[in-house]
Design a binder for this molecule. Structure first.
Ligand code: DLL
Length: 432
């Protein structure tokens, strides 16, 4: 039985009705308790009564990360501080942290969403789940932890930091699932290989997210570790991990639409886009009390489909993320996403998804160097073989992104490994 069939398989009409009811409640809540929203709505001549159904969503104003920063730390909270039982924050690389607060009810909803995501990945109370997202202000560790507990599974709160210890415990405890970033899981897989321990583990599933990864990377992880790997999405502003997750059919990530109302809009015009078109993902929270958000612009680029999935769920699906609009590099006028490089490398043999991009400007011209880790054997073979592979990689990347690149091959395990969100780009143009 699907763990939460009643919520995940209701008809689209029932869901639409539920979303409308919850939207009305949320709009009233923010209008009466958050000055920022009251003023914004008043400036548009809107009153809570103007919002009657989920279709009225487009009347409402957008919220951005800057709005959270401008009201730092607690300006968008909709309940007294005494009702807040937890704070999380994302530091970001620039500017002030964005701070979010949860009521007890918010924590309950969050842990239920994550438990539903784990269920989608086939996990039950009988599983032993190692949580290897960072614990702390980042939502990954505690979010996954509470979800696993809600499911009734046995949680091993590893956090990040000591990969050998993680691998030893994975083996000794008979862990059946792991939750961590996909790049960290690749590093864990390398460590398991080095220790000769892949045959000694009982892992059957991984729940990976917090950064973009390609479907080919998923398949590579699955083959290497003989597991199923699932994509889990979320962001701290909206809740944390567990806003969406993919089921065993891997045909997009199911959004928990009973709690979050998704829209896809054009990043330029902010107008809603039709089903199937790629644009910016926008969320309105439908049940959050602590910091409800109206039409929050995630900057994440994806498309949505409302067709019923083979798994039986009626929840809308968003496609695997290409990246964030602010991760996109513009090199010599061409838009490039790091995930395009990863996809190109994974189509070839002899390469690994470990790469690093260096963007620079020389004599007013943008340059792109891609450092790629390749298998050991290329360094012991004849130099000609290395040259051939360099040319082949150069050609494949060039085809994928439409730009000439310099490719530098490096030996295995040369590039820095990440235990959290991987850093894949150094844009030297920003340093001058
Ligand atoms: O990364 C929450 C999370 C933790 C999600 C653990 C999944 C697993 P933030 O630090 O606020 O929260 O970063 C949110 O990370 O807007 C996306 O750009 C990116 N992101 C998260 N999950 C995915 C994913 C957490 N599955 C930002 N695929 C989001 C692609 C993802 N990008």
């Amino acid at each position: 039985m699907i763990w939460n069939e009643a919520k995940e398989c209701m008809s689209r009409d029932e869901l639409h009705h539920l979303q409308g009811k919850r939207l009305v409640k949320t709009v009233n809540h923010v209008y009466h308790n958050v000055e920022f929203y009251r003023k914004k709505m008043q400036s548009l001549g809107l009153e809570p009564g103007d919002i009657q159904t989920a279709d009225d969503i487009t009347k409402l104003p957008f919220t951005t990360k800057d709005d959270l920063r401008d009201t730092y730390p607690f300006g968008l909270f909709a309940v007294p501080q005494s009702e807040i039982v937890r704070i999380h924050a994302s530091s970001g690389t620039t500017g002030k942290a964005t701070v979010v607060g949860y009521t007890r009810h918010d924590i309950d909803v969050w842990s239920e969403c994550v438990a539903r995501a784990f269920t989608m990945a086939g996990l039950t109370k009988d599983d032993i789940i190692q949580v290897a997202y960072g614990y702390g202000l980042f939502t990954g560790g505690l979010g996954a932890h509470y979800g696993a507990e809600n499911l009734g599974a046995t949680v091993v709160p590893m956090s990040t930091g000591n990969t050998k210890k993680l691998v030893t415990m994975m083996k000794d405890f008979g862990a059946t699932a792991i939750a961590c970033t996909p790049s960290y899981l690749m590093h864990i897989a390398e460590t398991l290989e080095e220790m000769g321990d892949i045959p000694n583990i009982k892992l059957k599933a991984a729940i990976c997210g917090a950064e973009p990864w390609t479907d080919n990377m998923r398949k590579q992880i699955e083959e290497k570790l003989h597991i199923h790997a699932h994509d889990i999405y979320g962001l701290s502003e909206v809740m944390g991990p567990g806003v969406a997750c993919d089921c065993i059919y891997h045909k997009g990530l199911h959004v928990y639409e009973d709690h979050f109302l998704p829209e896809i809009v054009s990043a330029e015009t902010l107008k809603p886009l039709p089903e199937g078109e790629t644009g910016e993902l926008v969320f309105t929270t439908l049940t959050k009390e602590g910091i409800p958000l109206i039409r929050y612009r995630t900057k994440d680029l994806t498309s949505i489909s409302y067709g019923k999935c083979e798994c039986g769920r009626t929840l809308a699906r968003i496609s695997r993320f290409k990246g964030r609009s602010d991760d996109m590099l513009i090199i010599r006028g061409v838009n490039v996403f790091p995930s395009q490089i990863e996809a190109a490398l994974l189509e070839m043999s002899g390469t690994t998804p470990n790469y690093f991009m260096i963007v620079d400007r020389v004599n007013n011209l943008d340059t792109l160097e891609v450092q790629v880790e390749v298998e050991e054997r290329f360094f012991s073979d004849e130099i000609k073989e290395l040259e051939r592979l360099t040319k082949q990689i150069m050609h494949t990347i060039q085809q994928a992104i439409g730009l000439a690149v310099k490719v530098t091959l490096v030996e295995p395990k040369t590039l820095e490994r990440s235990m959290g969100k991987a850093v894949r780009v150094l844009d030297k143009r920003k340093l001058v």
